[in-house]
Every structure is written in C-alpha cells, then in structure tokens.
Design a protein around this ligand. Sequence first.
Ligand code: ADP
Ligand code: MG
Length: 857
Amino acid sequence: MMGIVSLVFLLAGLLFPSPPLNAQSDDPITIGTITGQIQAPNSFLPFTEYLESRLPEHEFEVEGFSTIDALIRAVKDEAVDLAFITPVALAELNLEGELRVLATITQPAGETFSPWLAGTVFTRSSKTDIQTMADIRGRKVIALSELALGGWLSAVRDWQELGINIESDLESVDFQFSYESVIDSVCSGASDAGVIAANTFQNLASRCEESLKILPPAMETGNIDYPLAHSTRLYPEVAFTLAGSNNETFVRDITRAILDIEPGSDIARSVNIGGFTAPLPYTEVGLLMRELRLGPFASVGELTLRQYLDNNIYAVTLALILIIVLISAGLLNSLSLSHKFRNSENYRKSIFEGSHIPMVIVDQHQRTFIDMNIAAVKQYGYQNKDELIGKSLTELSAPDQDINSSIADAFEQYTNKVLTTGRATFEWWHVRPGGEKWLAKIHLMAFESVDGLRIQSTVEDITKQKQREEERSQLEQQLEFSQRMESIGRLAGGIAHDFNNLLTVINGYSEILLEDTPKNEPVARILEQIKKAGNRAAELTQKLLTFSRRQAVHPVPVSLGMIVEDSAEMIKSVLGESIALEVELQDADKKVFADPGQLQQVLLNLVVNAKDAMPDGGDLKITCRESIVSPREASSLEIEAGPYIEMIVSDNGIGMDANISKHIFDPFFTTKDTGTGLGLSTVYGIIQQSLGTIRVNSEINKGTTFSVYLPETDVEQEIQEAEELLINPELKSLSIMVVDNEKEINEYTSSILQKAGHQVIAAESGLEALDLIASLEVPIDLLVTDVVMNGMRGGELAELVSKQYPDIPVLYISGYPEDALALHGIQRGTESFLAKPFSPGQLLNRIHQIIKNPSLA
Ligand code: ADP
Ligand code: MG
C-alpha cells in the first residue's frame, strides 16, 4: 500500500504568504490530499473527528483532489491549510521556499510501521540470468510510473550510479499504472523485470504462482532499520506539511494530535496511512532529483525522451512532419532518428525563413512582432527584420478598416480569439511605409513554444483579388441594372405607344366637341377639363417615350459647355436665392453629338432634383470637362473607350441610401409627395440614346453627384476620314437635295456633304424643296429627307419628287427609331434609312452604298 500512498499523496505546495489561522474562524481547516479510486470521501471522517476532538475550537475537513496539479493549485491559492506532500514534490518545492514539515507518515512494513520507503526490482526466481541490479542491461522492464519514487525513480538512480543508462541500455521500459499489472507482466514473462515499492511488492507478490525474487541492493543503505526486502536505497515517506498558517499554538496542537495517533488505528487507516512520526530528513530525495535531473534540475543536462516530448511538443510535431516529408523524398536513409530530432529546429527554421509565404511570430502578451521571415519583411514594405521587430499590427494598419469597432479593439478581439480557440482569420488593411495601401488576409495560429505561448501569423496580400471581386460584382450589378432598365423601357414604351394612339383620339375629339359647343354651356367646362387632362397625359406619355428611346431626336454636334452656359440664367432662377451656383467649364470647344433640346432637359431635370434635395439651401456645382475613358473604365461604365465630355451636377443636399439610388431611374419612382418619378427616367433615356451613360454617387446628408458621359465628336476629323474612304474615281461629285425643317440638322447634314465635295441644294420644307427642284437647271442625283416634318412629310415629298425623277434614290433620315417609322408610311427595306444621330462618316458611307447599288434605295 505504500506505493499507493506515495502516488495518491503526490502533491506540492510552495511559497505561501499565509494569513494566520484564526482560532475563532468559522471556516473549517482544510487538509488537502489526492483521492485515489479506492477512497470514498466520507471515509476520512475518523481522521477529522479525531482532530476536532483534540482541537475543539476548530472544524476539520479533508479535501480530496483528483489530480496533482489541482492540489498544487489549491495549495498555492491557499485553498487548503494542511497537505500531504510526496517526497519528490517536497524536495522540489523546498528549493524555492522552505515548506514546514510537521510529520512524516509511516506505512505498514512487515510486522511494524516504517516512515521509510524503498523500491524493489524483482524478476521470476527461475530467471537465473538476472541476479543483481547490474544484470538489468538489455532487459524489458516494467514499472509503475515514471514519477513514482519507490516504483521507479529510486531504481533509476541506483542504476545510473552503476553506469546503466535507462534510455540506451535497457531493451524497453513500459509503465503500467496498476500494481497488479506490473506484477502480472513479470509473472507472465512479458517483462523481464519489474519495479515497484517494497511494501506493495510484499502485499501483491502472492498473485504470481511462480515464485518471484527481489534483486539485492547494489548501494549502501546505511544503518536504517527497514524490515522489508528491497533493492534500492531508502527514502522518507510522504510529508505532512503546513500549507496555510504559522500560528504556533495551532502548529503545536496539531502536531501533538497527529503524533498521538495510534499506528495502524482506524484513524490512521481512514487517510490511508500507517501513522505519523517526527519529520525525517528529505536530503536524499533532493540528491536523487539532482542526479536524475528532475524538476528544477531538468535543465542541468539532457532530459529523458518523455520529458523532451512534453516540453517541446510543437517542435517535435513539426519535426515528425518533416520526417514524413523526408521519407517520401527518400532522404531518410542517411539520417538516424536522433539526428533528425537534433536537426528539426534547423528544418523548422529553414521552412520558416525560406517560405515565400509571409510569416510573422507575435508575442502573446505585448502582441508585437518578435520574428518574421524575409517574405514578410518585403510584404510589409521594409528592408530588413530589425525595422519590423517590436512593431505591432496596429502600427502597420491603414486608418480605415471594414470593421465596426476601433482598430485597437478589433485587433484585441482577434488575438483573444486565437489565444482561446487556437485560430483566427480576418482581413486587414495595411499601409506600407511609402503610403501604399494593401489588404491582407491574416491567419493567426497559437502554438506552444519552448518559452510559452506564441502566435504565428501568415499574411496573404489579397488587394488585387479583392479589387477583381469588387469590379466583378460592380459589373454584375451594372448589367442587372441595364437589363432591368431595358425591360422597363420596353414595357413603358409599349404602353406609351398605345396611350399615344388613344390620346390622339381622346384629345382630338374633345377638341372637336369643344369647338362645336357654345362656351356658356355647362358641358363646355367639362370638356375643357377633359382636354386639359388629356394634354397632361400626352406630356407624360412623351416622357415615357423619351425614357424608352422612342422619341424623335435631332442630334447635332453641340458643346455641352455652351448648353450649360446658355442655361445658367434659367438655372439660377430655378434655384432661387438660398442655393449658390458654381459653374466650371473646361474644354468648352469640344463637342458631343446630341439633341440640344434634350441636353437642356437633362440638365434641368438634374438641377431641379438637386434643388429639391436642398430645401434649406446649399451649393450646386456644375462641371463640364473632357474625360478620356480607358478601356478598363469603359467596361465598368458600359460604354466604349475613348474621349468623352463629362457633365457633373453635384449638390450637398439630403442625399440618398443605396436602396433609393438603385431605383431612381425607374419610371414613376419618386420619394416626393408631388413628384412624378419621370425626371431621371427621361434623363436616362436621353443619355442612352446619345450613346452615353450616367452615374450617381450619393451619401445620406452629404449630397449627391450625377456624372453624365457623352461621347466626344470631332466633325472635321470624321469628314476627313470619310473622304479618304470615298476616294473612288467612279463616285463623282453628286448634286444632293437635303430637306429637314430642323435648321441645325439641315446645316449639319449639308456641311458634311459639301465638305465631301458634293453639290447641296438645301430646303426646310417639302414645298420649298418642290419649288427648288422645279427651278433647277441641273438634275438632282439623290434626295436626303427627314421623315417627320411639319406640313409635308418625307414620304409624301419623295412620292412627288419621283414623279419628275422616277429612279431617284431617297435616303430618309429620322430621329425616330426604325420601328416607329412604319407609322409614317416608311417601309423598311424598300427605302434607305439612316437613324439620327449619325456621324458624318455614317452619312457619307450610306450615300456611297446607295450610289454604287441604287436598288438599295
Ligand atoms: P421626382 O423628382 O419626380 O421624384 P425623379 O426621377 O427626378 O423623380 O427622381 C426620382 C427620385 O430620385 C427622387 O424622388 C429622389 O428620391 C431621388 N433623387 C433624384 N435626385 C436626387 C438628388 N439630387 N438628391 C437626392 N435624391 C435625389
Ligand atoms: Mg425630378
């Protein structure tokens, strides 16, 4: 039973700054011990009741701890006042601070009780090849536990003195934390010899049918009178120590009380001991520990393999991984096992240093960098390690992160997470010394290093990846938006088209009725209302038609800057006094190809919205400038790359959130009580038709910026290009009749044709054209006419002209989309058609085609 006790009582206590035990205290005096499976807690009762009868002013309790560590913690936390402490733990602790031993316990030994313990090394009596302790070389040995004094350490010390190294000289060592198993293993022959405390051996030897023998001691055991056969030197038993108090009265009383306990009595047996005796010297235990380099002596020399593993589990795990890698590389043959272990640190280092993955080691307390590889130094934008060591992640952070808390809080949170859960991953914006911002994905991992917990951090630069992701999602959103606008446009356009027809009838008849009704009749007022409502409906329909791009356009080369300038006075009067207007015009000579009236409509809609967004006044800025759109920007803007004129209308009003800005271009979407929701949809339609695009940027309470991009046009250059294309001997100078009642378009078209070397006869109406043709001396080769004109329409004119020139080719130009032209009697395919807006090149090309192949026209 002695072995049981030495283990069960293996405990420690150290450096207790203890408050004096208060005699009047209500708190019971706690005695710490370790509970084995054999001991039920209430069986301590005889012991505590005895103490209470001897020290009636105190209550006692025995507290059993299931592990040594738990008891040690309790001793250090002063959660116990007295404790049973094993010799090994005591010797170790006494190096740091003297622990007061009140008594040494005794255990049954033969017929008597002894405060000494010793180990036995035993084997089967039939094993004649093992006679002495020295014969253990090359044998298979089994023992109780590597921490048991009688059951292992005492033997190890004596062997060491005989020059036997248990790691290299024994064939194997096996530990079985069961006395019976140790005996049985030797008995069955599975082990050659066993180590167990002498008193345990005495109790259990009879288990084995074959007789067992104990090897005689190799060392001098002195003149101590120990009754049992044993193989090792003798050591004192478990100490009963004072863990909490230096109250001398209490110390004297308790010591007297325990020394008075009858050896072998129920009181003693209730705490699993034989009895108590005056304290023995524990010097021999200290010597053992020093020689075996245990506990605080561990660092004096090499450790046992087991201890090495315990202390270096991280490095060893890494080394094992490396060994596996090496095996597969076929390199293992050249390396012995121990060699690999010795070099594992080198491998670890070279993997760390040589890796192209940036890695940093972070101190768990300061949370600063204590080491890193070259890849990390480069990644952070530094030249060498020294510049980075001692820095913390927060110092390298960019000021704005995608986090809710402050940088310091977030960082604290991540490091706490890694220290509690072992891992943490997060994204973090950094800034390099040069100011460059970059985004990292950081993987934190906690590991146990030789000198405490550390955090390893791998740092992956994901700036580009993130950028691509964002671009992609932006493109997706953009695509979704334009698809939505496209389908809404079709729907709105279809409805508007039908409404237009219905309104023509409604408005037409209400007008006729109104004319036929005397003004003083009551029904006249009603008709008046119908007509008004009908007109208003027609206006709305026009807007819808614009949105769906079914509105006629009359595009010409025009300067956006000039339009802004011309509208400035009107804008000021719209804005009123409380809004300051700033206009900045650059590159005003650069032109776009668009309908000036529509551009003005765009500008006005944006200005009116800005005004509505600044009910309490504010600043409105309108900027026009040239902007070269790169191929990359072009794809995200969904336009072609090249030179654009950008018009920016920017206010500092109420702004809008993402939910609103998603829908602002939808027809009828409005957040205003009296809004129509058609302003921006009209703007959108116009800009799309002019091959441009519009972008919005808004922030609640900060303001809104609309940017309109329209492609720049260079008339001179286009004509020149077209002319080069037209250098063709068979294409003589033609005489062309141009008819358009839109003066600007007329001039634009004529000037293109003239510049290309043609003779142009221009007319602003069908009738004028017919007159001119009649008076002409030279025949005309081609008629270019607008489709929808006041008075005579393009179709009618062509028909009349063809009476005089039966084969004359006709080119219709129109602001109406082709499908709308059927309304005006133009059949696609039988006549040539060119949609406005057209560029000079497109016009000249089309004419070229017609002349070469008149059947087209
Ligand atoms: P309406 O002006 O009739 O409401 P719009 O199509 O012009 O219709 O605008 C649609 C919606 O877009 C507005 O109701 C408003 O919510 C939002 N909006 C447009 N421009 C601005 C702006 N400059 N600031 C804030 N919100 C705006
Ligand atoms: Mg509006």
